[in-house]
Design a protein around this ligand. Sequence first.
Ligand code: GLC
Ligand code: CA
Length: 556
Amino acid sequence: MTQELAPDVHDRSAGRPGEGTGGAGWWRSAVIYQVYVRSFADGNGDGIGDLPGARARLPYLKGLGVDAVWLTPFYASPQADGGYDVADYRAVDPMFGTLTDADDLVRDAHALGLRVIVDLVPNHCSDQHEWFKQALREGPGSPLRERFHFRPGKGAHGELPPNDWNSLFGGPAWTRVTDPDGAQEEWYLHLFAPEQPDFNWEHPAVRDEFRSILRFWLDLGIDGFRVDVAHGLVKAAGLPDIGRNEEMGLLNTQELPFFDQDGVHEIYRDWRRILDEYPGVGVPPAGGWGRIAVAEAWTPTLERSARYLRPDELHQAFNFEYVMAGWDAAGLRAVIDETLRAMAPVGAPATWVLSNHDVVRHPTRYGGGERGLRRARAAALLMLALPGSTYLYQGEELGLPEVTDLPDEVRQDPSFFRDNGQEGLRDGCRVPLPWSGDRPPYGFGPGDSWLPQPPEWKDLSVEVETGNPASTLELYRAALRLRRELPGLGDGSLSWLDSPEGVLSFARPGFVCTVNLLGHAVELPVPGRPVLASEPVAVEGEMVRVPADSCVWWAV
Ligand code: GLC
Ligand code: CA
């Protein structure tokens, strides 16, 4: 059960968009909620989530207590990779609504005091993008092909790919073009699906085009960008072979000629100048901290990630080391220390995240079932107590597990198809949210949802969990409320306190967080007054019994 006692606190919530906390920028402490648009809420009954659906649910997000919303791609797209294959960067796909719907959503969000971050996909576009269609039409040697990476093949008849790079979705990162007469000609590079040709960022037209795309959305009033595959834009000169043939995963952290090349930083310095030209929406704080960009950059080390966050580059980067850490005290403490150490020299806030639309939901990663959920609840309290900013993935506030038994015929993730029927990696975390009612689609929309929802989800809907003090939703609500109220949380630092092995305990101003990662309860001295706990805790005099796999917040 969630244990909450009203703390004596003052409200230091940031207020309207554009007002920084402590003059340092709203994003340094922000809790940012990821809306995977096609699975959040369906406004028109076609079974697919959309912008009007999301707009109608903004009050829910306000009530949950988050600061900002990140919307996954809703641009015109054939949906070969859930919208990460963009055919027109300035148009909303009819499946998701219209540009007016986007505008209305942004304005409603701002009226509620929520900021809006949109996804930007600069590494590749869709094979249905006008530029790529033109490039194919014009044929080999055309300057229009230089905006992408076209190359003749190797071998006597060009029948072999130009180099040995593999796609992150499996198979070669090259596809050979068949011209209209059926003849085979050049190959083009795609780090992801064949429907996602990589842009050539050495080409000035590509740079100009993205400057203009940034301005288009900034002019519409969005508060920031989540930069997809931010580490991939620049490829090593000459596209050199890697020299070994191995499977690439999204979680890849080795050095590669197509990831984390030094040249990407020049692009982000350029973008930062554009972002800084725009005042924050609402009342601009000194220094123009209004609009931000967060990098999706899988790099070999946290130091390499910090390079994207130098003061003249981007504002935040996702902390994938934290996603990958297991339920283990020493391992988690090491990642936390390493993160804070890596971010300090560049002055960037740490970010924390447990789940997103590309990974197995964390209650399942932590063992699944009741134990997985207990750990997930404790992990949420731990994460929300750490210094910096936090990303939440839709549905984690309900304690949703991964759906592991989706039938093959409903799967849509291209990594599933490319891997020839291996475990589909990413559909199970993208199942539409249960909002209300006792049968699918559980209030997701008026019609059947694009992926089926499990029958057990009737007990995990927003409606069922609301008002139930033992629910995960009420735990998140209480935690987010306290996070706003307790001045020691959000941006800042922490100091570790002595604790037995398997237990983590740290202090922040006026606050202590204790996490027991062991499979049994531990007796500890009481550090203060309990204000929130992921499981019922028993305080007896000077001692507290902290249950297995649980977390307690204390006011001191
Ligand atoms: C990012 C996205 C992922 C997508 C890939 C290609 O990793 O998060 O969903 O498939 O980029 O755009
Ligand atoms: Ca819809």
